[in-house]
Write a protein that binds this ligand. Structure first.
Ligand code: NAD
Ligand code: UD1
Length: 348
């Protein structure tokens, strides 16, 4: 097991990879891992929610296109000579897909077809999609299994489900090797805490490092399957290496449920300060519990997580703390992701 770079000792069966969304949270960790396994890496990102600072230490080792997946020509140019595409670029904020359904469909739907079309034309061997557990929607059955009929409850979830189908169909019609990974709640360094709808761990980390009071919506007994970003990256590498996946979709999580109350206790204790959370009304439409059955990924991809929740939280806390310390404001409110980003700028 390696705590720094997932898959470092993995022998990958591809030489050059395109990462769409490579300047984002998960994408930048993937780029780092691909370089570590000796792969050439191309990044295509329009920086709408990503940040070049995420790639700063890697900048000289990658081919970077500040382009848009909505433009077929842009995707074709970036794909030259690649044998694998990791398709992560998307409008990821669920609320944004509700507020601007047409614009976000242009990215999440048409952008995905562009990636597949370019891959077909350029004779790329394999496409791996970042999908989401959001495709299961409000189905109360647990754990979520891939055999369940998806019930998307937002445009975002519809886009992800449709993208999964496009991948499968491109495999059947054109012989592209494809697979989709349904990530559960991913967390880790570089996750942007700027919006109220940012991942709960990024928000709680932000509060913990600045000694602020977090808000828990509802009674905090709701639970999620939190998976550390480097385990997600390992799953992406394993998928790109696997054979005969035939457009399948896989759950990628830990298989463990963690209550939000417990999550805050853990983060507060890592920070060494017991701060009582403030409780507010449950969010409209909040799913009570979510956890994935990851047996299929275990058996077909040989996937297993390397990081316990506690290990992942410690590494993540360390990163957020460094952002604060760098500007010498250990007790100040960090507040927004933009401030985190500004601080990251200062640091890098
Ligand atoms: P992120 O916002 O950090 O990354 C998305 C990246 O895509 C950004 O760098 C953004 O600039 C880029 N992008 C957006 N539109 C683009 C366009 N038109 N052209 C080119 N680039 C564009 O988010 P993330 O959390 O790293 O998510 C990565 C992928 O994983 C997304 O597809 C997301 O839906 C999926 N996912 C994430 C989670 C999670 O918990 N973070 C859970 C399930 C699925
Ligand atoms: C996640 C995804 C969302 C997807 C959904 C599908 C993220 C950021 N969101 O939402 O895109 O549609 O899975 O299953 O990955 N909470 C607090 N306090 C806070 C913030 C959140 O108590 O300050 C609570 C929320 O009410 C929720 C839980 O923490 O109960 C998790 O919230 P969040 O991280 O936003 O993720 P999901 O709701 O699971």
């Amino acid at each position: 097991m390696n705590f720094l770079i997932p898959g470092e000792n993995m022998k990958v069966k591809f030489k050059k990879a395109l990462v769409t969304g490579g300047a984002g949270f998960i994408g930048s960790h993937l780029v780092e891992a691909l370089l570590a396994v000796g792969c050439q890496v191309v990044v295509l990102d329009n920086l709408s929610s990503g940040n070049l600072l995420n790639l700063k230490p890697l900048r000289d080792h990658i081919e970077l296109y500040e382009d848009d997946i909505r433009q077929l020509n842009d995707v074709e140019r970036a794909l030259q000579g690649c044998d694998v595409v990791f398709h992560l670029a998307a409008v990821v904020a669920v609320q944004q897909t509700i507020d601007t359904p047409l614009d976000s469909a242009m990215v999440n739907d048409i952008g995905t077809v562009n990636v597949l079309e370019a891959a077909r034309k350029m004779k790329v061997r394999r496409v791996v999609l970042a999908s989401s557990c959001a495709v299961y929607g409000d189905d109360p059955r647990l754990p979520k299994e891939e055999s369940m009929t998806p019930m998307p409850a937002s445009p975002y979830a519809v886009h992800k489900l449709s993208a999964e189908h496009y991948l499968r169909v491109y495999g059947e019609l054109f012989g592209l090797e494809t697979a989709s990974l349904r990530f559960f709640n991913v967390f880790g360094p570089r996750q942007d805490p700027s919006s109220p709808y940012s991942g709960v761990i990024s928000i709680f980390m932000n509060k913990a490092v600045s000694n602020q009071v977090p808000v828990i919506y509802g009674d905090g007994s709701q639970s999620r399957d939190f998976v550390y970003v480097k385990d997600v990256v390992k799953a992406l590498l394993l998928t790109a290496n696997a054979r005969n996946l035939k457009g399948k979709s896989f759950n990628i999580g830990t298989g463990n449920q963690v209550q939000i109350n417990r999550l805050w206790e853990l983060i507060a204790s890592i920070g060494g300060r017991q701060v009582e959370p403030e409780y507010q009304a449950a969010r409209a439409g909040d799913i009570l519990h979510s956890v994935g059955n990851i047996d299929m990924a275990k058996s077909l991809l040989n996937f297993n997580t390397d990081f316990s929740l506690e290990q992942g939280l410690e590494l993540t806390f360390e990163w957020y703390r460094e952002q604060i310390e760098e500007v010498g404001s250990g007790n100040a409110e960090v507040g927004t992701g933009n401030e985190i980003k500004k601080q990251t700028k200062l640091k890098l």
